[in-house]
Design a protein around this ligand. Structure first.
Ligand code: NAD
Length: 384
């Protein structure tokens, strides 16, 4: 191919990648804990966005955060309400703990502000429905923070299913395990009922569910029989440096469930922050033509743990095809922010739409309720 032709392709590629800096979007950060850092780092790489305000409930936390992140000329507030009442913003990142996701997202949408909401979407199905209703009424972009979606390996799983390589999918086993991995490096907001609301089930379970549900096109969940436990989180000896954490542990550290999905697919799910096992098993997607094994990671965080294997037949012979791990330099957090900004500027659909994540939340909520009742329940999603 001649140099001229190659240059033409290069030009088209570069034009597509350039960012329109004509309008600089004014951004607010709500909640300045751990996850706010990758959000800010990503916004700082976007010439068409400027962080103008930050809020945190804890005195001095937003100021210390801005200093650490090198953010200057940023107005500081002590709640999402104060921030949204006093600023004319284009968009916010909601980086608060799970229990305040719904109130922050709804308040922002009602103020006509686009929202990037961290995962899990919220705590209950009722909250998720209220968020989606507020989104609909506002006409604004709402994207949910599932950055593993942008990983090429995750995209490959979806391609394999959607291209029909597996035939009709009828059974999925998914989940993720941590032998010891209750997240308390920065305190207890993940493990308290009034801040985390849900434990492993929501924190990392939402990723396992998204990995497979996104691949099979997010069928509606119909029924669920769920189980949850807290045998590790409530033990003072689990936290040698902070035995007092056991007293405030108010969520699950393990959950399992059997879920029926529309289209005749059954989903066998288990997730753990802590258990006496190294893994709760690989993800398996079984179809009428082939099966796919997706290795789990040791400390589940929503990534593919190794090469995937496709189990299929060629001319009557049972064979296995190994799909190597795709390595890229992409920063998934940067992609999460960039795709959100692009959807706002271009008026395109949300990159990670609430219409899908609503089903993810409905399953989490169903597992919780079913576990509490000790029996299978029907998942009823109100009309939006
Ligand atoms: N996408 C990812 O990879 C990823 C990774 C870690 C955490 N998260 C999610 O991000 C969220 C936050 O996690 P974190 O580790 O930063 O938690 P964190 O507890 O360290 O920080 C949350 C902060 O939000 C503040 N806050 C709560 N409600 C507020 C309100 N109404 N107004 C202003 N500030 C408020 C709290 O004071 C706290 O400082 C969680 O939902 C978590 O699941 C996502």
């Amino acid at each position: 191919m001649s140099e001229d032709i190659l240059n033409k392709f290069k030009k088209i590629h570069e034009e597509k990648k350039s960012t329109d800096t004509g309008k600089v979007l004014k951004i607010g950060i709500i909640g300045t804990g751990w996850i706010a850092e990758p959000h800010v780092n990503a916004y700082l790489k976007c010439p068409d966005a400027k962080i103008v305000a930050c809020a945190d409930l804890i005195d001095g936390k937003a100021a210390a955060f801005c200093k650490k992140m090198g953010l200057e000329d940023v107005r500081l507030y002590r709640s999402h309400k104060e921030l949204l009442d006093n600023e004319e913003l284009d968009a916010v990142s909601v980086c608060t703990y799970n229990c305040t996701h719904a109130e922050c997202a709804i308040y922002a949408l009602e103020k006509g502000v686009h929202v990037l909401l961290e995962k899990p979407m919220c705590v209950t199905l009722d909250e998720a429905v209220a968020i989606v209703r507020a989104e609909k009424a506002s006409g604004k972009v709402l994207s949910i923070g599932f950055q593993p979606r942008f990983d090429e390996n995750m995209k490959m799983i979806k391609k394999i299913v959607q291209n029909g390589e597996l035939g009709d999918v009828y059974y999925i086993q998914t989940g993720g395990g941590r032998r010891r991995g209750i997240p308390t490096p920065f305190g207890t907001t993940f493990i308290q009922k009034d801040t985390g609301g849900i434990g492993a089930l929501g924190d990392i379970g939402c990723y396992s569910l998204d990995m497979v549900l996104n691949a099979v096109g997010y069928p509606k969940p119909l029924t669920v029989s769920g189980y949850k436990s807290d045998f590790f989180g409530k033990r003072p000896s689990y936290y040698p440096k902070h035995p007092e954490y056991a007293k405030v542990f108010g969520v699950d550290d393990f959950a399992a469930a059997f879920i029926r999905l529309e289209g005749g697919i059954v989903l066998d799910f288990r997730i753990s922050w802590a258990m006496n096992m190294d893994t709760s098993g690989d993800t398996l997607i079984l179809g009428t033509k082939a099966g796919l094994r997706i290795p789990s990671t040791e400390c589940w965080n929503g990534t593919v743990g190794g090469p995937m294997t496709l189990y299929h037949e060629i001319s009557g012979k049972q064979v296995e095809t190994v799909i190597p791990v795709i390595k890229t330099d992409f920063n998934l957090f940067d992609m999460k922010i960039r795709t959100f900004l692009d959807a706002i500027k271009e008026g395109t659909p949300s990159p990670i739409p609430s219409s899908q994540i609503l089903y993810n939340q409905a399953i989490i909520d169903g597992i919780n309720k079913s576990a509490e009742l000790g029996r299978e329940i029907e998942i009823k999603i109100p009309k939006i």
